[in-house]
Ligand binder design. Sequence first.
Ligand SMILES: [Cu+2]
Length: 488
Amino acid sequence: MSSRRGFLQSFLAGAGIFASAKVLSAQEMQLSGGMPGTNMKGKKGFIPDQGSPVLVETPDVPNLPWRRDGDVKEFHLIAEPVKQEIVPGRVVDLWGYNGSAPGPTIQITKGDRVRIIVDNHLPEPTSMHWHGFEIPNDMDGAPGSSQDAIPPGGRFVYEFTLHQEGTYFYHSHMAMQEMFGMIGAFVMHPKNPYRPPVDKDFAIILQEYAILPNITVPNSMNMEFNWLTFNGKAAPATTPLIVRHGERVRIRLINLGMDHHPIHLHGHQFVVTGTEGGRQPASTWGPGNTVLVGVAQSRDIEFVANNPGDWMLHCHLPHHMMNQMSSMVGPMSRRNGMPAGLDMERGMGMLRQGSATSEENGPSLGRGMGVGSTAEQTMSNSPLKAGNPMQHQGMQMGKPALSEDANSVPGFPQDAFMEGPMMAMDQMVDKPENFGLRPGWSGFMAGMMTFVRVLPPDKYEQIMELREKQKGKKPMQMDIPGMEHQHE
Ligand SMILES: [Cu+2]
């Protein structure tokens, strides 16, 4: 990868752009306000009278730097394999762009002419589609019809002028590559902010992966998923959206997977102000708190953060609020040695024999995910007995986590205690944005889930300060015994 680093360095140096995210975002913010028309070209830092739209923040995903070449904004995307840490200790092999899956966020202003150089560092052909863009057909990135696929080691240069506004995205137009992480946000800002203007603007990309235990490569053929992510992270590793009490907030949700996701916000009503086709007229805005983001769609929601607190924002499909799912619920899971459904291969949709509807593949206790589900868990009948993992959870919470007669209640166990190690990992996911959350919070966060933290001014400033201090520093080291071996 040294050649790539060398290239990137010269690329960035040539553009006068620093690799520091902080400098970059400040510069982009100036520049994005300075491009309302061709008469402004070259005037760095120009601020239009009517103000600029705020820069979109994509938690856990960088912005893509760019350089100016005459009237053109030039971007560079490298399609390549990526090591993505979904939660602490779980590094998986995805494909993405510029070291990130999802790829970095591109932000431009309506009217911009852009050039996007796409290099293919994958072992197979790829192609880049600009989803929803009204651009010439030969720039559309449909392999076989609008262009030849980009071969391994190859390059394709896309160039077009953008006259649209809204939440768009780019993605590989090879279907299985789409399920491997190859998507990124492409925000087209209006020249002047919409009314009412927002104070904070966030983007979240929804993705899902099927990854067997002890394996790092997703099964892109699968129809059921055990890792559900916001911007490449599953809760509690997602980074909360930090908002000052009273601010107007926009969240742009983008979905490209096998499922539709009903995204729900606690504590507030919002309005849907945009789709993958751009801004919606205000006359269509009605209150809601759950928005269905269908496959290949984007939805912009806006609300006034008028209710202080740490509010959950999550997909409301129950299975999408879990990590590393396996068939461990229900009374049958309490009997030692009882098979709980299919074996690992068939549980992931890889049939060995018979049709999908044949008797042998018929109803079972659920699809196993391997470890901990192919065979039933060996567990004590007394949850509070010494040595039972549940006791640990109970101790953590300061009181017994389960009632004495739990085993006599039909359906037990159902909930979180059975999900993975299910220990709070507050320290492992420590970051400025999590500062001040209620202790143990992380034990109840999983899958497509994060917080919108509506903070009073003092707490808001405190987190902003911590964030400044944290910049440029290495991520927090994990000091949880037993987890070290999972790192590379
Ligand atoms: Cu979902």
